[in-house]
Design a binder for this molecule. Structure first.
Ligand SMILES: NC(=O)c1ccc[n+]([C@@H]2O[C@H](COP(=O)([O-])OP(=O)(O)OC[C@H]3O[C@@H](n4cnc5c(N)ncnc54)[C@H](OP(=O)(O)O)[C@@H]3O)[C@@H](O)[C@H]2O)c1
Length: 269
């Protein structure tokens, strides 16, 4: 489906670039991808790396697009939409990945009632291992929703949310989540170094432990608590480590981190 669509990104920063990279990796032709990006060096990097068409001017990038993906900071969404409004066709699918910008606000800002989809992706989309939650405007056509799903499915899993109120929880868990995991990875590796392991070995052990454990949860279909119990022998090493984590309140700290991000996502609306 995407091979016949022109996909235009407004904003080629972290997330815009990650999605472009993911789409190219997934086999979408670079001739079908455009990006509007004000920063010269960033445009040059996108052209060199992905051979996409890059424009300094948003309005020049939009005409003829089947999908337009708003990948600018949330505070810029309104001004960017006003700017590109005259160039958007009625059937162009408008996807916003901006945190905290609601569907009703997007609909209010979309000039002629375009099909609008609010999406929350995450950065593992860069390697096709992302997860995106989609919330389409009521009454969207099956064809428009299928196009939005196809774009996000090219870079990872796709979930259609039953209601938009869940978007803040998604933002707090899966969009902010990679940062929590990176912090945990860094700390585990530091622990290995504190035990006398060389840094490169500690990093390697940490990463494969994280990848393998996540895969084990998925492939076994078993609850993480059950898998934890399996590796915890009486008076052994693992229970000694786990006791330390519980005493330090790691479980509560992770829950509080997700809730703090959720509260912040709600404040940003
Ligand atoms: N990063 C994530 O993990 C993540 C996850 C989920 C959702 N998001 C959402 O994705 C959106 C983009 O985030 P990001 O992390 O990719 O931010 P970013 O790296 O700052 O990217 C935004 C890009 O848009 C450019 N830009 C600024 N003004 C513009 C304009 N008027 N027209 C076109 N482009 C313009 C920026 O250029 P300048 O550098 O000149 O400002 C920058 O290159 C945000 O709304 C965020 O909520 C991000």
């Amino acid at each position: 489906m995407l091979q016949r669509s022109t996909i235009t990104f407004i904003g080629g920063g972290q997330m815009g670039s990650a999605l472009i990279h993911g789409l190219i990796q997934a086999g979408v032709s670079s001739t079908n991808i455009r990006v509007a990006e004000p920063v010269h060096d960033q445009r040059r990097a996108l052209i060199d790396r992905y051979k996409v068409a890059a424009f300094p001017d948003n309005c020049a990038a939009v005409p003829g697009s089947d999908l337009v993906i708003l990948a600018v900071k949330p505070a810029l969404v309104a001004s960017v939409l006003k700017e590109i409004a005259p160039y958007l066709a009625k059937e162009t699918v408008l996807i916003s990945i901006a945190a905290g910008v609601t569907l009703s606000r997007l609909v209010e800002l979309s000039p002629v009632g375009q099909p609008v989809v609010r999406v929350m992706p995450n950065t593992p989309s860069l390697i096709g291992a992302g997860i995106s939650a989609l919330c389409p405007v009521a009454g969207i056509s099956a064809a428009a929703l299928a196009q939005a799903k196809a774009v996000m499915a090219a870079v990872g899993e796709v979930i259609i949310l039953p209601n938009e109120a869940m978007m803040d929880g998604v933002t707090a868990l899966s969009a902010s989540g990679p940062a929590y995991v990176f912090l945990i990875a860094e700390a585990l590796s530091d622990g290995g170094v504190a035990c006398g392991l060389p840094r490169d070995l500690a990093d390697r052990l940490t990463l494969q432990t994280l990848i393998g454990s996540a895969k084990l949860i998925v492939d076994s279909g078993r609850h993480p608590g059950e898998l934890k119990n399996q590796v915890t022998s009486p008076a052994g090493t693992t229970i000694a480590g786990l006791m330390q984590l519980e005493q330090a309140g790691v479980r509560g700290a992770l829950m509080a981190a997700v809730m703090a991000a959720w509260k912040r996502a709600r404040e940003l609306q």
